[in-house]
Design a protein. Structure first.
Length: 106
């Protein structure tokens, strides 16, 4: 399964009510580092299918959600478990670092 696009309309059902941990990528079209990690997140979504869901949230289209979770810089990745933020990572990182972080936190 590839990444899931989330917004104000489906954030509750896709992220907060998810039975499995969800990694939310807070990003924007104009963000170079966001574009750098996007392929890695797509690969991780496929590799960890069934264990972790990877969702993408465009902060320009959903500023209220970015503000609600205190996103001040992007890319910001947040792992949600049981409807709560379990861990947060800031900035672009190599795929191996992202994969290990997700595995350990999820």
């Amino acid at each position: 399964m590839a990444t899931v696009k989330v917004d104000i309309n489906n954030f509750q059902s896709e992220v907060l009510e998810s039975a499995q941990p969800v990694v939310v990528d807070f990003w924007a079209e104009w963000c170079g580092p966001c574009k750098m990690i996007a392929p890695s997140l797509e690969e991780i979504a496929v590799e960890m299918e069934g264990k972790v869901k990877v969702a993408k949230l465009n902060i320009d289209e959903n500023p209220e959600l970015a503000a609600q979770f205190g996103v001040l810089s992007i890319p910001t990745l947040a792992i949600f478990k049981g409807g709560e933020v379990a861990d947060i990572s800031f900035g672009a990182k190599p795929k191996t670092v992202l994969s290990n972080w997700i595995s350990n936190a999820a």
